[in-house]
Design a protein around this ligand. Structure first.
Ligand SMILES: Nc1ncnc2c1ncn2[C@@H]1O[C@H](COP(=O)(O)OP(=O)(O)O)[C@@H](O)[C@H]1O
Ligand SMILES: C[C@@](O)(CCOP(=O)(O)O)CC(=O)O
Ligand SMILES: [Mg+2]
Length: 387
C-alpha cells in the first residue's frame, strides 16, 4: 500500500511578518513542490520500524516503533481526529527521539522538520511501522515555504490513509481532497509549521494547501482571482537563515517599540489590501496593465522599506535591490528575509534582453535566478501507480 502527496511552495507578494501580528498578506503558490510517499510494510517484510528518508539530503532516520511507543506513550492514548498542538513536555520527548539519530551538525536545521514529522505521524497513524520518503524541488530555508510544503505534503499523505478523510483509493492519478478534508490537511500542517516556526501565521500552509493566490488575515483566507499577468523573477541569494529566529526577532522588536511597530503593521495591512484590489480589478478598467504594474512596483518598494523597519532585511538583499534598480525594476524580499529569496516584478512590456541582462548580473554575484509559474494547484495525492 503506497500513497504519494505533493504540495507547492509559495511567494509572499506583500505582508510577511506583519501577517504574524494580524495584518493582511497576499501570497501565491509556485510550481515547485515537496513530495512525500508513505508505504506500510507487508507482514512478510518483518519490519517493525518507522523510517524517514530525506532523499535530497541522503539521510535516513529509523526508529523501532516500540521505542516511539515507549517515549511517546500518551500521544496515541489521547488520539483525537481533530488537530492538536504538541505540548512542551511531548516536544521534549520528541527532541530526545530526534537526538538519538545524530543528525550531522551541518544539517541540524532539519531537526525541527524531523520533530514535526514524528508528531504528525504518531498523531495521525499511531505506532504503525512505515517508510516515508521525502523529496523536494524547493530550496530549504530560503523563503519559498519549504517548511509549509513539507508539513502539507506530509499531512496529506498521512491523512490519505486515515479514516478521517474520504478519498477514492482506486484512482491512480493525482487527485484533490474535498473541501472539508482540505481543511483538515491545512490544520494538521499548521501544527507541523508550529513545531518548525514557533509562531506561524498560517499563510504558508494555507496557500500550499489551497494553491492559487490568497489574501490572508488572522487565520482566514480569501481566494483571489488575478486579473492580470504577474511575472516575478525570484533571486535566491543563497544566504541561509531560519524563519523561527527571524519571526522571534520581529516579536522582540514589537515588545520594545509597540506603538511604532503597530504603525508599521498597519501600513503593511494597507499595502496588502491595495495590492489585492489592483490584482483583482477587472482587466479593461480605467487602469492599463502598465499603470497597474507601476502601482504594484511602488507598493513592493514600500513593503520592502517596512520590512527593513522590522529588521529582517540583509546586506545581500540590498545588493539585489540595488542591482535590479539599475534596470528600473522594483524588488522586495519574500518570506522571512535575513537572506533567502527576493522578488522582482517583470513588467509585461519589459524586453527579453533586459531580463537576460539583469539575470546575468545577479548570477555573476553568485545568486540563483528563476522565473516560477505562480497561482497553480494546491496539495494533491496519488495512490499506488506511478503518476
Ligand atoms: N524536505 C524537507 N525535509 C525535511 N525537513 C524540511 C524539508 N523542507 C523543510 N523542512 C524543514 O523546514 C526548515 C526550513 O523552514 P523555514 O526556516 O521556515 O524556511 P522556508 O520555509 O522558507 O524554506 C528546514 O530547516 C527543515 O527543518
Ligand atoms: C515570516 C512569515 O510571514 C513567512 C515565513 O515564510 P518562510 O518560512 O520564510 O517561507 C512567517 C509566517 O507568516 O508564518
Ligand atoms: Mg517556512
Amino acid at each position: 500500500m503506497e500513497v504519494r502527496a505533493r504540495a507547492p511552495g509559495k511567494i509572499i507578494l506583500a505582508g510577511e511578518h506583519a501577517v504574524v501580528h494580524g495584518s493582511t498578506a497576499v501570497a501565491a503558490s509556485i510550481d515547485l513542490c515537496t513530495y512525500v510517499s508513505l508505504r506500510f510494510p507487508i507482514p512478510s517484510d518483518n519490519d517493525d520500524s518507522l523510517k524517514l528518508q530525506l532523499k535530497d539530503m541522503s539521510l535516513e532516520f529509523s526508529w523501532p516503533v516500540s521505542r516511539i511507543k515507549e517515549v511517546l506513550p500518551e500521544v496515541v492514548s489521547s488520539l483525537s481526529p481533530t488537530p492538536t498542538s504538541c505540548s512542551i513536555e511531548t516536544m521534549k520527548s520528541i527532541a530526545a527521539l530526534v537526538e538519538e539519530q545524530n543528525i550531522p551538525e551541518a544539517k541540524i536545521g532539519l531537526a525541527t522538520g524531523v520533530s514535526a514529522f514524528l508528531w504528525l505521524y504518531t498523531c495521525i497513524q499511531g505506532y504503525k511501522p512505515a517508510t516515508v520518503v521525502v523529496t523536494s524541488e524547493l530550496p530549504l530555508g530560503s523563503g519559498l515555504g519549504s517548511s509549509a510544503a513539507f508539513s502539507v505534503a506530509l499531512s496529506g499523505a498521512l491523512l490519505a490513509f486515515s479514516d478521517s478523510v474520504s478519498l477514492d483509493m482506486s484512482r491512480q492519478e493525482w487527485s484533490v481532497f474535498g473541501e472539508s478534508d482540505l481543511e483538515l490537511v491545512n490544520k494538521w500542517a499548521f501544527e507541523g509549521e508550529r513545531i518548525i516556526h514557533g509562531k506561524p501565521s498560517g499563510i504558508d500552509n494555507t496557500v500550499s494547501t489551497y494553491g492559487n493566490m490568497i489574501k490572508f488575515r488572522s487565520g482566514s483566507l480569501t481566494r483571489l482571482k488575478s486579473n492580470m499577468p504577474l511575472r516575478m523573477l525570484i533571486t535566491n541569494t543563497k544566504v541561509g537563515r531560519n524563519t523561527k529566529a527571524l519571526v522571534a526577532g520581529v516579536s522582540e522588536r514589537t515588545l520594545r517599540h509597540p506603538d511604532a511597530m503597530s504603525f508599521v503593521f498597519n501600513a503593511v495591512d494597507s499595502i496588502s489590501k491595495e495590492l489585492s484590489t489592483i490584482i483583482q480589478s477587472p482587466a479593461p478598467d480605467d487602469l492599463s496593465i502598465t499603470e497597474k504594474e507601476e502601482k504594484i512596483e511602488e507598493l513592493m518598494e514600500m513593503n520592502q522599506g517596512l520590512l527593513q523597519c522590522m529588521g529582517v532585511s540583509h546586506a545581500v538583499i540590498e545588493t539585489v535591490l540595488r542591482t535590479t534598480l539599475k534596470y528600473k525594476l522594483a524588488s522586495k524580499l519574500t518570506g522571512a528575509g535575513g537572506g533567502g529569496c527576493v522578488l522582482t516584478l517583470l513588467p509585461t512590456l519589459l524586453s527579453g534582453t533586459v531580463v537576460d541582462k539583469v539575470t546575468a548580473e545577479l548570477e555573476s554575484c553568485g545568486f540563483q535566478c528563476l522565473i516560477a509559474a505562480t497561482g497553480g494547484k494546491g496539495v494533491e495525492v496519488c495512490f499506488g501507480g506511478s503518476a
